[in-house]
Ligand binder design. Structure first.
Ligand code: AMP
Length: 197
């Protein structure tokens, strides 16, 4: 099963993807986590991405598309994966479609977590306050404003893109965490028994 979790910063994509991957044998692929690891390791990609991420802008499409193409080819992805934070714009979505069709594969569903803008800000502020020592460089008011703007302008159109493809599942991301997880499982018709086979 190949899934995308779509939603603005603070919508709970990472949290929900982690819960679903654990209980359903999928691998969570967060381009944000991979880029942060590259920055921490000081790789070429990391050096290129560092300043861009701090500002809240998107790193170049070719970089993230390359990362995803490589990572999804690894053995642990054979049973399926959840893309968390990718694609971020229509060009990335098209590149993903091409990559999958060249492999004779397709996306099963796109889960869009819908959360009002006011709630996002307080969630991110909470995340920044709770992350002792390892606070994200982009969880500050200015970068967050930029990330929300980038989301509205570049990522939100993906909702229509996947609606047209007939695979969009819109979920109310403002319910409590367990209720959101249950709604996602229901929307995807996920049962524990689906996994092994
Ligand atoms: P995230 O952890 O998903 O919020 O991503 C943190 C930052 O990493 C973003 O603000 C971007 O700068 C960068 N990033 C993550 N995923 C992508 C992507 N698919 N395309 C471009 N930039 C990305």
């Amino acid at each position: 099963m190949k899934l995308i979790f779509l939603g603005p910063p603070g919508a709970g994509k990472g949290t929900q993807a982690e819960r679903i991957q654990k209980s359903h044998g999928l691998v969570q692929l967060s381009t944000g986590d991979m880029l942060r690891a590259a920055v921490a390791a000081g790789t070429e990609v990391g050096k290129q991405a560092d300043a861009i991420m701090k500002r809240g802008d998107l790193v170049p499409d070719a970089v993230v598309v390359g990362i995803i193409a490589d990572r999804t080819n690894e053995a642990d992805c054979a049973n399926g994966y959840i893309l968390d934070g990718f694609p971020r714009n229509v060009a990335q979505a098209k590149a993903l479609d091409e990559m999958l069709s060249a492999r004779g594969e397709r996306l099963d569903a796109v889960v869009e977590l819908k959360v009002d803008a006011g709630i996002l800000l307080s969630r991110i502020e909470k995340r920044a306050a709770e992350t002792v020592g390892g606070a994200r460089a982009d969880d500050n008011a200015e970068a967050l404003k930029k990330r929300l703007k980038v989301y509205e302008e570049q990522t939100a159109p993906l909702s229509g893109y996947y609606q047209d493809a007939g695979i969009l599942k819109a979920i109310d991301g403002m319910k409590d965490m367990d209720a959101v997880t249950a709604d996602i499982e229901a929307a995807l018709e996920l049962k524990e028994t689906d996994i092994a086979g």
